[in-house]
Design a protein around this ligand. Structure first.
Ligand code: ADP
Ligand code: GN1
Ligand code: MG
Length: 375
């Protein structure tokens, strides 16, 4: 047996032992790596006598208080399950699920393995799939509907029931300060790509502050948000092609719904996706923006204020820029935050988001027109 094979077998045995913490009576028949995410490690666990479940190793470099995530997830799933049970919710005329947290035999909602890694198990959203790139206009509408439904269901969830699981998340001026510190202490190897990123950031000194200033002046208020509604975190039912669940609930916490709206649109309106090799061809598709916003507003219109509408365009532009800034900083810092497949991965990801930012800016008037038409 080669060393590599021995290593794989050891990992498998460890994984089975961890999965067994969350099963009783059933036998684990298979464990496979599952889905694509930039932060956690995700596995699908198949059992002989019960439905499969999702097993995840939480990235504790990113989430240094993982127990808080689990507490939040329990509060959230109890709250949403209750709301879903209230038949008076006229907007729910479809299958809609929220992942349930599974417990260990000691009734804990996590398991800490021998190497100190932090694991959790959640129910599997069956007969569904998520996509890394947008499929068509209907998919866009469903992505919007999914986020709208999620906001609708958590709209009255008191924010003080939720802990802040990731301090500074989506506070763009904070990312900018960190970037400036990294730039001032790092020897940067110049290239046309790196120079492009540096210039995109230095040319936009006011942009990072747009949502935080609106928050400080009381125009936008803090509510419960998802935090990470990119398209592969919205599950689509395989039979109906309708949105059926929002997953990746680690960043459900107090924030601005504009972080969610902006993130959902920057993710859904980039047809080439956020991993394309062709970053120069990336653009923002206004037709998809219309579809996503239509889907979103069909459920969420009631709780948006006039000021909320006024900041939708800014939020789309900002969230694309912010993600570019986060990827670029991580590249300069030696890739300590996002999972990567090769050393230039975060640089390529940054180029994609910055190109998207430029495309959003070039189409400012038509994007604002769409928003106005839907209001
Ligand atoms: P990350 O934080 O790394 O992005 P996610 O929680 O988004 O991890 O999970 C990664 C992928 O695994 C998702 O994009 C999705 O395809 C799949 N997945 C995660 N949770 C579930 C679930 N409860 N049911 C079905 N698929 C899931
Ligand atoms: C990360 O976990 P994942 O892959 O769904 C990141 C998001 C980024 C996204 C970009 C906690 O999301 O903020 O927008 O990558 N999540 C965290 O793909 O930082
Ligand atoms: Mg995810």
């Amino acid at each position: 047996m080669t060393n590599n094979l021995r290593e794989v077998n050891k990992i498998d045995r460890n994984l089975i032992a961890i999965a067994n913490q969350f099963t009783s009576e059933s036998k684990v028949t298979n464990i496979q790596q599952y889905g694509s995410g930039n932060i956690n490690s995700t596995f699908l666990v198949t059992l002989d006598a019960k439905p499969p479940f999702i097993l995840q190793k939480i990235n504790t470099t990113v989430f240094c208080q993982p127990k808080l995530i689990m507490k939040n997830m329990c509060v959230l799933s109890d709250y949403v399950s209750q709301r879903l049970a209230q038949s008076s919710l006229s907007t729910i005329n479809r299958r809609w699920l929220i992942p349930q947290v599974l417990s260990t035999s000691q009734q804990q909602n996590y398991w800490i393995a021998e190497d100190n890694s932090f694991w959790r198990a959640i129910s599997f959203i069956d007969n569904s799939q998520s996509f890394d790139t947008i499929q068509n206009i209907q998919h866009g509408q469903e992505i919007g509907y999914g986020l709208g439904m999620f906001h609708h269901l958590i709209n009255d969830l008191p924010i003080d029931l939720l802990a802040d699981t990731l301090e500074g998340f989506h506070i763009t001026p904070g990312y900018l300060r960190h970037y400036q510190k990294v730039v001032s202490t790092t020897k940067i190897k110049s290239s046309s790509e790196v120079d492009y990123c540096l210039k995109i950031i230095s040319d936009r000194p006011n942009l990072p502050h747009v949502l935080e200033s609106a928050k400080a002046s009381g125009k936008l208020t803090i509510r419960t948000i998802h935090g990470d509604p990119k398209i592969n975190n919205i599950m689509i039912d395989c039979s109906t092609n309708q949105a059926v669940a929002m997953i990746d609930l680690d960043t459900v916490k107090p924030g601005l719904i504009h972080y969610d709206i902006g993130d959902c649109l920057r993710s859904g309106c980039n047809r080439l996706g956020e991993e394309t090799k062709d970053w120069k061809k990336v653009n923002f598709d206004p037709e998809l923006a219309e579809a996503i916003l239509q889907g979103y507003l069909s459920v969420a219109q009631n709780f948006l204020t006039d000021d909320d509408y006024k900041y939708i365009y800014d939020s789309i532009r900002l969230l694309a820029f912010e993600l570019g800034l986060r990827f670029f900083t991580d590249y300069l810092e030696g890739n300590i935050y996002f999972n990567i497949n090769h050393p230039e991965h975060n640089l390529n990801r940054a180029l994609i988001q910055f190109k998207l930012t430029e495309s959003i800016e070039e189409q400012e008037a038509s994007i604002k027109n769409i928003i106005q038409r839907l209001t």
